[in-house]
Each structure stands twice: as structure tokens, then as C-alpha cells.
Write a protein that binds this ligand. Structure first.
Ligand code: 5GP
Length: 209
């Protein structure tokens, strides 16, 4: 009996270190598949189309919405971001645990559509560290950093809706904690429904004999 993969949403303030965490998780454990989103924002230096994102035009994005090709989408700091449906469904069917690194509005849409999804929010140790990380990246203008910090303040109001809040202080520790959290989802009662039904049926048959 092959178990379906778990759907895990990882969110966190911009600069919380989600990208590094995802990378560490994928390098260490073979059973994860990271979904690549579509976005209307421009590529940053070093980003490759199809690797970090599929960079698309506003028109292409709208076409995907109309064709129901996105399982969720949201507008973040004036740009659209969305998760392509086919990859996620295929990987889960193959038993892979699928990671969606997306923001809050999208996360809540996913939870509504797929209630078994585990929502994990990554926190920095404190606000000053978040600001330091955002500035230290050197890839964003001051204006963008300010917009992202202001967005973080808004997001902090909704982070309570997540199933788990995980502090990313030490990368090693946080990677392990994240892995165990996702792994543990395979042991929820709901995941074993089919097996339980089979056992129940067999036990009933024994009783008849
Ligand atoms: P960035 O521009 O820094 O790559 O991403 C900005 C925000 O968009 C991050 O919080 C990131 O997690 C989120 N994001 C990336 N892809 C998606 C997506 O497919 N859907 C949603 N809702 N958010 C996304």
C-alpha cells in the first residue's frame, strides 16, 4: 500500500531564511519535492527561469488562473505568485512530500482546499535579526526592504493561523525540526484510513469463521 505524500506549506517573513532551509532539507532527504511557483515579478540576479520560479507575464498568469492551472495564487508587494497544480498532484501521488514555499494568503487557500495540509511558519529569532538579514542580502533596494518589513508586520497578525511556528536561529536544528514535523504527518490517523479499513474488514471476516 503506497502512501500519498504530505503537502507542507512553509511560510515566513521575507528574510526568515526559508530558501536556505528548503535547500538544506532537499539536500539531506530524498523524499521531498519542492514546487516551483509562477510569478510576474522580474528575476533577481542569479535566478533561473524554471528553477527558482517560472517568470511569466501578467497575461500568461491570468490565462493560468482562467484554465484552473493554479491551486492557489496571491498578490504580494504588487506582484502575482501562484502554485502550478499538475506538479503538486503528480508528486503527491508518487508518494513525495511536497513543499510549498508560499505566503500567507496562498497558504490559507491551500488549507481550505486541502485540510490535511500542514502549515508551518518560520520565525526569525527577533525583528532586529530579520532587518539585518534583509539588508545584508544586498539584492533589494531600500524601498523594497521597507515594503517587505511593513508586510511582515501585517503577516505577524495572521501567523497564528498556522499549525506550527518554528524559530530559525540555528539552521541545522531548524532543518531537523522541520523534517520531523513533516515526517510526523504521515502518522496522523487520517493517513492510515485505507490500511485501517482493510484490517477492520479482515478482523470481521475472522469473526465470521
Ligand atoms: P520572493 O519575491 O522573495 O521570491 O517571494 C515573495 C513572497 O512570495 C514569499 O513570501 C514567497 O514565499 C511567496 N511566494 C512564492 N511563491 C508563491 C506562490 O506560488 N504562491 C504564493 N501565494 N506565494 C508565493
Amino acid at each position: 500500500m503506497k502512501n500519498r505524500g504530505v503537502l507542507a506549506v512553509i511560510s515566513g517573513f521575507s528574510g526568515a531564511g526559508k530558501g536556505t532551509l528548503m535547500k538544506a532539507l532537499l539536500e539531506r532527504y530524498p523524499n521531498y519535492a519542492l514546487s516551483v511557483s509562477c510569478t510576474t515579478r522580474s528575476p533577481r540576479e542569479g535566478e533561473v527561469n524554471g528553477r527558482e520560479y517560472y517568470f511569466v507575464s501578467g497575461e500568461e498568469f491570468e490565462e493560468m488562473i482562467a484554465a484552473d492551472q493554479l491551486i492557489e495564487y496571491a498578490c504580494y508587494c504588487g506582484r502575482y505568485y501562484g502554485t502550478p497544480r499538475s506538479y503538486v498532484e503528480r508528486q503527491m501521488e508518487e508518494g513525495k512530500d511536497v513543499l510549498l514555499e508560499i505566503e500567507i494568503q496562498g497558504a490559507l487557500q491551500i488549507k481550505k482546499k486541502f485540510p490535511d495540509t500542514v502549515l508551518i511558519f518560520i520565525l526569525p529569532p527577533d525583528a532586529a535579526e530579520l532587518k539585518r538579514r534583509l539588508t545584508g542580502r544586498g539584492t533589494e533596494t531600500e524601498e523594497v526592504i521597507a515594503a517587505r518589513l511593513s508586510r511582515a508586520a501585517e503577516e505577524s497578525e495572521e501567523a497564528w493561523k498556522y499549525d506550527y511556528l518554528l524559530v530559525n536561529d540555528d539552521l541545522e536544528e531548524c532543518t531537523e525540526a522541520l523534517h520531523h514535523l513533516i515526517e510526523s504527518q504521515h502518522y496522523r490517523a487520517g493517513e492510515q484510513k485505507e490500511r485501517m479499513r482493510q484490517i477492520q474488514e479482515d478482523l470481521r471476516a475472522y469473526r465470521k469463521n
